[in-house]
Write a protein that binds this ligand. Structure first.
Ligand code: SF4
Ligand code: SF4
Length: 314
């Protein structure tokens, strides 16, 4: 959509909660990109590697290896949520008592206690991504807004996207597709490129593994495809949960009917997010002994038989 004075968005006051920014990414769309990760997501995927992106508020991050057990945090916690674990000789946090007030962060000089999540205004975030502009121009890249789920902060995401587009910066939105309001859907409708996650075509499996039905996700995908949007489908390859020997052909047939589809990215299962579960005081419950590489390559071969352009990795 062309940017006109009428649809130019007022970016002054919007604030968004960001938990990570990656400069120089090659895996979040075309060219060299800056990827901004926003907090908040309506899904709870069993394999999620960004658990710090799920909640829509800043969360206490505790990195035990950096703690020197000085005890300052214990003294300031108004909820008495911090105690010393005599076995580990490190403090531990009772997450049921903690309300993420941040008092302990202010006295932790080792950086062991921090927040997952920093608030930025649209203009502050734009100033950060603008520094990489020459890389976007030389490589055909741009900004990718991911998360979490970027439509979960619809006003901020829309305003930030418009600010980039007004400055001729290409915007990809990495989405789970669970957009239930007009404000959320217009982000998908007006992005330059969609990185659209597809976890399962089976509604029961989708609900079981992500916490929500795939009905809205598939209906939005069909609508965006009908609008001619540029779409890259991203499929997490999680043995037995997303891709199986039984459903590969069904998924391939479904995707081959999407006229707007430019590529399919197969994202192999990994456990790199485990440390972040520990930092949040949570447990990562999923484990698999399956041969991921074999499953991913087999999926690629079958998808290619259906004429799909497939890439391993994002
Ligand atoms: S203030 Fe930081 S370094 Fe000191 S005990 Fe608490 S977490 Fe550990
Ligand atoms: S964030 Fe607040 S409530 Fe939670 S452990 Fe730190 S001081 Fe206590």
């Amino acid at each position: 959509m062309a940017i006109t004075e009428k649809n130019k968005h007022n970016t002054d006051n919007e604030k968004g909660l960001v938990f990570h920014i990656i400069h120089g990414s090659f895996v979040d769309g075309y060219g060299i990109r800056t990827t901004v990760f926003l907090k908040g997501c309506p899904l709870r995927c069993a394999w999620c590697c960004n658990p710090e992106g799920q909640a829509s508020y800043p969360e206490l991050k505790y990195t035990i290896k950096d703690c020197n057990n000085c005890g300052r945090c214990i003294d300031v916690c108004p909820k008495n949520a911090i105690k010393v674990n005599p076995l580990l000789e490190k403090v531990q946090i009772d997450r049921k008592l903690c309300d993420n007030c941040g008092a302990c962060i202010g006295v932790c000089y080792t950086g062991s206690l921090q927040y997952f999540g920093t608030y930025y205004t649209v203009d502050e975030l734009f100033d950060i991504i603008k520094k990489d502009e020459q890389y976007y121009r030389s490589s055909g890249g741009g900004v990718t807004i991911g998360g979490g789920e970027p439509t979960f902060q619809p006003d901020f995401t829309y305003a930030f996207m418009k600010k980039c587009q007004e400055n001729y910066i290409h915007v990809a939105v990495d989405t789970c597709g669970y957009a239930t309001t007009e404000e959320q859907f217009r982000i998908l409708a007006e992005a330059n490129l969609l990185l659209y996650d597809l976890k399962s075509l089976d509604p029961n499996a989708h609900t079981k593994n992500t916490g929500v039905s795939n009905e809205i996700i598939l209906s939005n995908l069909k609508m965006l495809n009908g609008m001619g949007k540029s779409i890259i489908i991203r499929i997490p390859v999680i043995p037995r949960l997303t891709v199986t020997n039984e459903n590969m052909e069904i998924i391939a047939a479904f995707l081959s009917r999407l006229k707007s589809l430019e590529r399919v990215d197969l994202l192999a299962y990994h456990t790199y997010g485990t440390i972040k579960y520990e930092q949040l005081g949570r447990k990562y419950k999923l484990s698999t002994q399956a041969n991921i590489q074999e499953l991913t390559e087999k999926t690629k071969r079958i998808f290619e038989r259906y004429g799909l352009n497939v890439q391993l990795g994002g």
